[in-house]
Design a binder for this molecule. Sequence first.
Ligand SMILES: Nc1nc2c(ncn2[C@@H]2O[C@H](COP(=O)(O)OP(=O)(O)OP(=O)(O)O)[C@@H](O)[C@H]2O)c(=O)[nH]1
Ligand SMILES: [Mg+2]
Length: 331
Amino acid sequence: MAVKFTYIRSYSELYEFINRRLKKLKPQLGEQFSSLMKRKLNYTYTTIHVELTRILKVLSELKSQRAFYIELYRVFTGENISVFENILKKSIKQLRSIYNDILCEIDKSKDRSHEAYVMRIGVARMLSIYRRINRRVLKLREFLSELAKMPDVRGDYVVVIAGLPQVGKSTLLSKLTNTKPEIGVYPFTTKTLIAGHINVEHYGKIVLLDSPGVLDSPIEEKNIIEYKTILALRYLADHMIYVFDFTENFYYTPREQFNVFFSLKSVLGDKPITVVLNKVDQLIREQINNTVKLIYEVTGLEPIPISALSGVNLDVVKKILVESFIKKTQH
Ligand SMILES: Nc1nc2c(ncn2[C@@H]2O[C@H](COP(=O)(O)OP(=O)(O)OP(=O)(O)O)[C@@H](O)[C@H]2O)c(=O)[nH]1
Ligand SMILES: [Mg+2]
């Protein structure tokens, strides 16, 4: 998606840029003063017009992307893409009309000082159109830089690794693929989606997505970081690996982890889920057995006891993913 690398000027950048250029525009040989004023106005008009059109193009390209990006824009900015699009279209019309009015004013002017005054007013009025959309411009820029951090999620089978913060999702990705995500000891170490790949000979590529942790909180209170996981599950995932952590002194309780499990399951729909109980290197056999039983009773799914850190049962997890991918391609 080339759009994520498009540079869009903020109001203050555009203001600086235009004013710097206007100072450099000098009268040509024999040019009338009013003609110079008109050139300055035309320069301002054209530059703002180009910028507004560029933003419109970015938005229309975003609209042609997958639902995941369109929804992410909505969550990130708090409104649909078309709201900004309509504002831009209106701004372009206003810009044109201000430009035309000011040109008439110049024609009516009798002396240089009035021409210069009208020109300055015209520039300010045209720039103020851009100032009014600046808040949205800045938000869009932030959004594009978020997109630039996102991985390419194209693949034949997308598996999202989900769970509460700190359960070991990134460690699991790093052990199942060659990707080296950041692994930390504090919640929300992972702030965006991270991709790794498993090639399945003759079948294609599994994309494994490490995702930010999701807290046990109502959906309307979710922050944008958690939303990336939710939207990835809703729009990108073919499969979810849900990671539990029942070690003592863990940040989050079993109840919170079950609550998040059920809310993510409902976001995922009827796609397959693999449940893993991580960090079994920290549990004694009896704890593992009891926990496996408990998770099965609550979720109806038998968890695979694993240790992402020391590599216990990771081959089992990988095998399940590959089989489930192959099964999907055969349907
Ligand atoms: N003992 C043990 N520690 C583990 C295991 N897996 C992960 N950890 C540790 O748990 C902590 C969190 O690991 P991460 O992989 O960053 O967890 P995460 O779920 O990606 O965390 P967020 O990105 O914050 O959501 C790190 O200190 C890891 O070393 C495991 O199997 N055993
Ligand atoms: Mg992580």
